[in-house]
Design a binder for this molecule. Structure first.
Ligand SMILES: Nc1ncnc2c1ncn2[C@@H]1O[C@H](COP(=O)(O)OP(=O)(O)OP(=O)(O)O)[C@@H](O)[C@H]1O
Ligand SMILES: [Mg+2]
Length: 247
């Protein structure tokens, strides 16, 4: 589904990704761990096409398409979703408005009919309910005044509504309380654990992986993948840290 080959990318003049190679097949969940500043969020931004991130070498194909040739909105319409490490607040735009516009823009791009207000609200209600989010929060401006954990939960409600083919989730577990971690983990499984979907799960902690069982765990260090293993690699990292690994 996603093939990243020898990817190099700069932020400004600073090289951050330095020859990153990674492949995800449909039906797989991959976890990425790695020290602060390694380039994990940068990878998410480069894949989603955030301005300011310049690819200097390498290629990325997504379902056979040249991903890097697409505009950010085209990438989203093609089925790519990014859950932000730090979700942005959008004052003046209600969550429901925002999500309905986003979903219908993507549907239009794919040649599908837009959902009516009533149809959309039904989907939104289902997804918010499954993730334990109050409908009142969906009416509020996007993320404005949400607690850290509420923002993360909101990202998952967005993902449930958009229903992407590939989700890159950047530290979706950070800031969640113990019960919310389970709810979000269950949500990721319910929405994304499907034969035609894939997930790239960026996390610092093994605990999310107790709920969302990864098929592969990768270490991203210094802008490239330095190690790949199974779910047990996360336990090993938790025990020994990254320094031990490098030694
Ligand atoms: N706009 C920028 N200008 C300069 N340096 C930047 C910029 N954005 C990112 N960087 C640098 O790129 C490196 C990688 O950052 P990135 O956010 O990808 O790390 P990360 O692996 O996600 O870390 P964390 O685990 O702390 O979230 C860091 O050293 C960071 O300071
Ligand atoms: Mg990060």
């Amino acid at each position: 589904m996603l093939q990243i080959n020898n990817l190099h990318a700069n932020v400004g003049d600073k090289p951050i990704l330095k020859g990153l190679t990674l492949s995800l097949n449909a039906g797989e969940i991959h976890a990425i761990m790695g020290p602060n500043g390694a380039g994990k969020s940068t990878l998410g931004y480069v894949l989603s096409g955030r301005p300011g991130y310049e690819v200097t070498e390498g290629s990325v194909t997504f379902n056979g398409q040249d991903l890097l040739a697409l505009e950010p909105h085209e990438r989203a319409a093609a089925g790519l979703f990014l859950g932000f490490q730090y979700p942005v607040e959008i004052p003046g735009v209600s969550n429901v408005q925002f999500l309905r516009e986003a979903l219908n823009a993507q549907r239009k791009y794919r040649g599908e009919a837009p959902l009516t207000g009533g149809e959309f609200l039904k989907v939104a209600r289902e997804q918010a309910g499954a993730l334990g989010m109050d409908m009142e929060m969906l009416k509020r401006p996007v993320n404005v005044g949400f607690s850290g954990g509420e923002k993360k939960r909101n990202e998952m409600v967005q993902m449930g509504i958009i229903d992407p083919a590939l989700a890159i989730l950047d530290e979706t577990d950070s800031g969640l309380d113990i019960d919310a971690l389970r709810t979000v983990g269950d949500g990721i499984n319910r929405i994304m654990r499907k034969p035609d979907k894939a997930v790239l799960l960026i996390t610092h902690y093994q605990r999310l992986l107790d709920y969302v069982k990864p098929d592969f765990v990768h270490v991203l260090d210094g802008g490239r993948i330095t190690r790949t293993g199974g779910a047990d690699l996360a336990l090993e990292l938790e025990r020994d840290g990254y320094k031990e690994l490098a030694a």
